[in-house]
Design a protein around this ligand. Structure first.
Ligand SMILES: N[C@@H](CCC(=O)NCCCC(=O)O)C(=O)O
Length: 247
């Protein structure tokens, strides 16, 4: 297989008095995919579902990036005063992209709000504000310290276990929401010692899908965090060869 083509969603800012509308994404996402042997392509927020489907026909996998908060009202919950909403155009695109990726069982890696979208799209739910839902939890975001970190406890045999193995592990943390109930067909593969879920992965044979709440692409990531992207690429290659065998 030539280098897998990996679509990456992006953030979106609408026009203001002194700025045109624009799409943007942290370079860490595409640099990490390049380093792991993939070819990243940034996907702007298409409005048409058929266009999204046509784009997915050309891709081997999808990366869902982090960002501001998913709108809980789109999942039937009340808005929370601490919620800082994503741009609605971005969120509408992301939700359609996620639905089509899931229908096709395309390899997908979600980070931050990307993991949260993966979970809610498959029937899981979210804590809307950790300090309220789990008052005894450790801090999971420090606005004054972008390199705020905490340790992780890993599930044996998971992607996270393959990447990090034994020994103390500290990851960056910049979130106030968290996965609460994991979606059917997924398992928890990493938790902060306070119990907050930090990684999930599919248990379904026909779908290579996983997510991390922490940010292995960020400038604050560790060198070992890059191995997660290598695992993602391995999974994409594996799914591609399985599809070829069936075809
Ligand atoms: N907003 C969600 C998801 C956290 C996340 O993706 N953080 C990284 C980017 C932060 C940003 O761009 O504001 C949460 O807070 O749980």
């Amino acid at each position: 297989m030539s280098k897998p083509l990996i679509g990456i969603n992006a953030d979106y800012r609408q026009a203001s008095n002194d700025s045109s509308a624009f799409t943007y994404v942290a370079s860490g996402y595409y640099d990490a995919i390049l380093k792991a042997g993939g070819l990243p392509v940034v996907i702007p927020p298409y409005d048409d579902e058929q266009d999204i489907a046509d784009m997915l026909d050309r891709l081997d996998g999808v990366m869902l990036v982090g960002g501001a908060d998913l709108d809980p009202r789109r999942d039937g919950w009340m808005l929370h005063p601490t919620v800082r909403l994503q741009n609605p155009r971005r969120e509408s695109f992301d939700r359609c992209l996620m639905r089509l990726v899931a229908e096709r069982r395309m390899p997908v890696f979600g980070v931050g709000s990307g993991m949260q979208l993966l979970n809610v799209s498959q029937g899981g739910n979210l804590m809307l504000h950790i300090p309220e839902d789990m008052p005894n939890a450790l801090p999971h975001r420090d606005p004054l310290d972008p390199s705020h970190r905490h340790t992780l406890e890993l599930a044996a045999g998971s992607i996270m276990d393959r990447v990090y193995g034994d020994g103390e592990l500290r990851v960056n943390s910049m979130h106030h929401m968290a996965v609460d109930e994991v979606a059917p067909g997924f398992m928890v593969t990493a938790r902060c010692p306070d119990g907050i879920i930090e990684a999930i992965e599919s248990t379904q044979e026909d779908w290579f899908a996983f997510g991390t709440q922490f940010h292995p692409e960020a400038e604050t990531a560790s060198a070992l965090d890059q191995r997660i992207f290598e695992e993602f690429m391995c999974g994409v290659h594996e799914m591609h060869s399985q599809v070829r065998l069936v075809a």
